[in-house]
Design a protein around this ligand. Structure first.
Ligand code: ATP
Ligand code: MG
Length: 239
């Protein structure tokens, strides 16, 4: 089943064409990556799919509904995490999660928050204010927040950028399990090619706002005569 279907998206910022004629799909249970150089248009694409910015052209359908027309219903089944989104610094970790749980209208907010605190091993941090956390610790809170509503589509903009190798490895395992067991779809960006090889079923390479290559890691390596995704990235990026 198709969860997300974006067609011919475009976005300009003044003279900059950030995204141009971009189409992509994400199916149930699928983990899809958007890759590309800094400035390629990845975050802009995600922000359009999340309804944070309005596309200049194109259409976005999720769960069979048009995003613009069924915004509240569509977005209730989606969530997002990114290191550049700040959660309120003065609130304790539990307060942040409780507030979002209530905002999302969860039926058993306390129980769900407790589940996610356990899943992301946040017990030792639960009574600390957000501003007293390291960036990697904040990332774990962001991810816990993003899973509160058990989203059918999880959008992650560089989810593991701030994590140490041990935490990164555990979070990748955890997100992978989630996709496999719950059928949650994921759309992620990353500059960590090993992470993408491990997690993602399909990869879209963006360059100058367009998708210039797509396929599984193995298909792309084959097509570009490359040993791994890192080499594919360099070949695509350097034209
Ligand atoms: N609000 C904005 N106003 C003006 N230009 C913008 C804005 N947001 C993005 N851009 C421009 O659009 C282009 C795409 O930016 P975007 O953030 O989508 O890139 P990205 O692929 O996410 O890069 P990175 O890997 O660095 O996160 C860049 O040239 C950027 O400068
Ligand atoms: Mg970005």
């Amino acid at each position: 089943m198709v969860i997300l279907e974006a067609e011919h998206l475009a976005k300009r910022f003044g003279p900059v064409t950030a995204v141009h004629d971009l189409s992509l799909t994400v199916a149930e249970g699928e983990v899809v990556a958007l890759l590309g150089l800094n400035g390629a248009g990845k975050s802009t694409t995600l922000h359009m799919l999340l309804g944070l910015i309005t596309p200049d052209a194109g259409s976005i359908r999720m769960f069979g509904m048009d995003l613009a027309r069924h915004r509240t219903e569509v977005l209730s089944k989606v969530n997002f995490a990114a290191s550049y989104v700040d959660l309120p610094g003065a609130l304790l970790v539990t307060e942040v999660l409780d507030a979002f749980a209530r905002l999302y209208g969860l039926r058993r907010p306390k129980a769900r928050v407790a589940e996610l605190i356990e899943l992301f091993e946040l017990e030792p941090l639960a009574r600390r204010p957000m501003m007293a956390l390291s960036s990697g610790q904040r990332t774990r809170v962001q991810l816990a927040k993003a899973l509160l509503n058990a989203p059918r589509l999880l959008v992650l903009d560089e989810p593991t950028a701030n994590l140490d190798p041990d935490a990164g490895d555990r979070i990748r395992g955890l997100l992978g399990d989630l996709a496999r067991t719950n059928g949650s779809a994921m759309l992620i960006t990353s500059h960590n090619m090993r992470e993408v090889e491990r997690m993602c079923d399909r990869i879209h390479f963006m360059s100058g706002g367009r998708i210039v290559a797509a396929g599984s890691a193995a298909e792309l390596a084959g097509a570009y005569g490359a040993a791994d995704l890192e080499e594919v990235f360099l070949k695509v990026a350097r034209g």
